[in-house]
Design a protein around this ligand. Structure first.
Ligand code: GLU
Length: 312
């Protein structure tokens, strides 16, 4: 396929074919997350990808309608909903700088006095979940309701087996939450925050669901029904934090290869935003050492490289 200059209409079908071929060529590379035992039961070489354009077109390939554990992709939605409800107040308890540390690191939190570096490392996501809990009374429910409404899929739900598995093996997240609470940076009981955090991470949704739910960011804050979730400037901010912090300790590599704001999860999904054009989601369960899906990052790299379309 020839390079297509940005601004041209993109042939998403051709791009998805090429991206899938590149993703399939990575078969066997990387490892499925198993520190949450219920995640290890996934088919390692499953692959799907979807695109939802701001004009309402929807494209998909492979396992694009197959639900998977969204894990940290949910953190895009917790942040967006906390900002939509509370504006800038969320930034009183969490920073917005890349961490340069593993996503579940305790070390940085100690030296920074319980204020997590950004909303997408686990510590920061716990703070955002806490604030969303205060704002809505049901943080995980708010995330599920948003996903269902935007995707039109009422079946999106928390997988109770995954949520229980996370809780059973959640010593590190519990330690983070207690540590944050010891610094006075949680408004709700630690157990409540952890329950809602596990429940939104353990949501099962497909690439199709996630592109539809994430496309408000491609529309600069406007929901599928044309109403505004957040201001254009807030959407810019969410996209900026996604770009700098959304892919663990490999956000630089992701920007280098893909050139889009994006959020990954250890379930193997990556949701990326082409502002003004589309939301794109790719899923493949095998992860690289940073925790990003090998197949999904390769697919997104291929899509932006062939189309010439990124934020740069
Ligand atoms: N629920 C997972 C955890 O807390 C999320 C990890 C991720 O996807 O980054 O470890």
């Amino acid at each position: 396929m020839n390079d297509m200059p940005a601004g041209e209409t993109l042939d998403y079908r051709l791009l998805l074919d090429a991206a899938t071929a590149a993703a399939r060529a990575t078969s066997g590379q990387g490892h499925v997350a198993d520190y949450i035992p219920a995640l290890a039961t996934v088919e390692p070489d499953a692959f799907g990808m979807a695109v939802a354009t701001v004009d309402g077109e929807l494209y998909g390939i492979g396992d694009w309608e197959r639900p998977f554990s969204v894990q940290s992709v949910s953190k895009l939605f917790t942040l967006a909903l906390a900002m939509a409800h509370g504006g800038d107040t969320v930034w009183r308890g969490v920073g917005r700088e890349p961490s340069g540390n593993p996503f579940n690191s305790l070390v940085q939190l100690e030296s920074e006095h319980g204020i997590p570096r950004n909303p997408f490392i686990n510590a920061g996501a716990l703070v955002v979940t806490d604030r969303l809990q205060t704002m809505t009374g049901d943080a995980a429910g708010a995330v599920r309701a948003f996903l269902r409404r935007e995707s039109g899929n009422p079946l999106i739900d928390t997988d109770p087996v995954v949520a229980a598995s996370e809780a059973d093996h959640g010593h590190r997240n519990a330690a983070l939450a207690h540590f944050i609470a010891s610094h006075g940076n949680l408004e709700n009981p630690v157990e409540t925050v952890l329950d809602h955090y596990y429940a939104h991470c353990a949501v099962s949704a497909s690439c199709r669901d996630l592109v539809l739910a994430g496309s408000f960011l491609a529309r600069y804050g406007v929901r599928a029904d044309g109403t505004r979730l957040m201001s254009r400037s807030e959407a810019k901010r969410v996209n900026a934090v996604l770009l700098t912090c959304g892919t663990y300790d490999a956000a630089g590599e992701f920007a280098f290869r893909v050139g889009l704001p994006g959020k990954s999860g250890v379930g193997g999904g990556v949701l990326a935003i082409l502002p003004g054009r589309a939301a794109v989601c790719a899923w493949g369960p095998r992860l690289d050492q940073a925790g990003n899906s090998v197949a999904a990052v390769t697919a997104l790299d291929t899509l932006t490289t062939l189309s010439g379309c990124s934020i740069f």
